[in-house]
Design a binder for this molecule. Structure first.
Ligand code: ADE
Length: 423
């Protein structure tokens, strides 16, 4: 039996009016998701489906939560990170939309884990995950319910890495859709969303001039490409550090300097980690960084740079501004760590703007509907959303922007499908 959910756990219900304004602000820039919400209201494709969602509790996630609710689901939502919740948004979802929300900015890791367990013990048919913690907890603590899960969706590269590891061992207990693999997710959210929100958060936290600074980008995936592009656009000299030869070569040809972190450590003014890996910047690198170097993480997990080791090797830690810790070293240098190593763009800024989350969360909503429609017919593997659904999101987004494109003439179509029209 699923548990009866306890009362919502949020920080301050009185923030609801402000949260409602924020949600309305986001909704006006999320036309694709809104069109899905209107269809869901009519068709009720999720009627009676129990859904546990986990995500960064932002005004944009609110738009997804009310879309899932519009589809008729019986849902609950937990925060995917202890310090990224927008408390006003959480309050409005409870007060204005009657949703079961468990998200408190500044919640302890123990509270976060208790909320994850609530999401598991709700015995969901569908899990919407962001980072993989709900899926991992389901597998570890409720093997009895795993066979009853119709499927899960995963938002991030970090979560997909975990699902890939499970899939490689043939140990995925249900079909999982890697939403991040959709083109309308990673080509836009990761590149333009992370690119903009990460630079925005560094500027909000530190109010420093980016022009003329040396910015070191750790990782040249789609998020790294976006951060590099935006840093360059603001006048920075960009260095890229990579472990993948193909991506490193691409970074070189995109015009960036590429070198190992052991060399870049001495050159950087700002370090942005966006690798989905662990401890890519560590004690030997901290030891040679410039005085006043800034280091931050834009990846899902808070261990991309070794924040604990940085604190441990500091003689004192100051807090000159919110989200900025000055880690003073024995030799007098100060290294500034942002947001305690957690996602800088969702802590020191507001995450990606609504316009780009529109596509990411349209993918989430359609992935949930796909799992429901195809319940029992999908293998227990990691998969992507069918390409036609992905392309339809691009089509709807362009239409919402009032942009028309060409279509192929019959002669072009014939040419594209022939094999015998050579010179
Ligand atoms: N991840 C990055 N930006 C986000 C946002 N605005 N809402 C939810 N998750 C996000």
């Amino acid at each position: 039996m699923p548990i009866t959910l306890p009362s919502p756990e949020i920080n301050d219900i009185d923030l609801a009016p402000q949260g409602k304004k924020q949600i309305d602000w986001a909704l006006q820039d999320m036309p694709v998701l809104q069109s899905i919400r209107e269809r869901f209201l009519k068709e009720q494709p999720l009627k009676g489906v129990r859904i546990s969602s986990c995500g960064h509790m932002t005004k944009e996630l609110a738009a997804l939560a009310i879309t899932i609710q519009a589809g008729g689901a019986d849902s609950m939502v937990i925060a995917s990170n202890p310090i990224t919740t927008q408390d006003d948004v959480a309050a409005s979802l409870v007060k204005d939309y009657g949703l079961a929300i468990y998200a408190q900015r500044g919640e302890s890791v123990d509270t976060y884990r208790r909320h994850v367990q609530l999401a598991v013990d709700f015995e969901p048919h569908i899990i919407m995950d962001d980072g993989g913690d709900v899926c991992a907890a389901m597998k570890n603590t409720r093997p009895d319910w795993c066979d009853s899960v119709w499927g899960s969706t995963e938002e991030t590269t970090a979560g997909i890495t975990r699902l890939k590891a499970l899939d490689a061992q043939n140990a995925l207990p249900w079909p999982a859709i890697g939403v991040n693999e959709s083109k309308t997710k990673h080509l836009f959210d990761n590149r333009y969303g992370t690119g903009q929100s990460t630079l925005d958060s560094i500027m909000r936290a530190c109010n420093i001039l980016i022009a003329g600074k040396t910015v070191v980008i750790m990782g040249y995936g789609w998020c790294g490409r976006g951060c590099a592009m935006r840093a360059k656009g603001l006048g920075a000299n960009v260095i890229v550090c990579e472990v993948d030869h193909m991506k490193a070569l691409e970074a070189v040809m995109d015009g960036y300097r590429v070198m190992p972190i052991s060399e870049a450590s001495t050159l950087g003014d700002i370090f942005i980690c966006i690798t989905s890996n662990k401890h890519v910047i560590d004690t030997p690198h901290f030891a040679v960084m410039k005085d006043q170097a800034i280091i931050c993480n834009a990846g899902h997990q808070n261990w991309e740079f070794n924040y604990d080791a940085l604190k441990a090797c500091s003689v004192t830690v100051t807090e000159p501004r919110p989200y900025v810790e000055g880690c003073v070293q024995a030799d007098g240098r100060t290294i500034y760590a942002l947001s305690q190593g957690r996602l800088v763009n969702l802590t020191a800024a507001e995450g990606h703007p609504a316009s780009v989350m529109d596509m990411s969360f349209a993918n989430q909503a359609l992935a949930v509907e796909y799992l429901v429609k195809n319940k029992g017919n999908l293998g227990n593997h990691l998969m992507t959303l069918p390409a036609e659904l992905d392309y339809n999101i691009a089509k709807l987004k362009l239409a919402s922007m009032g942009i028309a494109i060409d279509s192929m003439t019959p002669a072009m179509l014939e040419y594209m499908s022939s094999w015998n029209m050579g010179t």
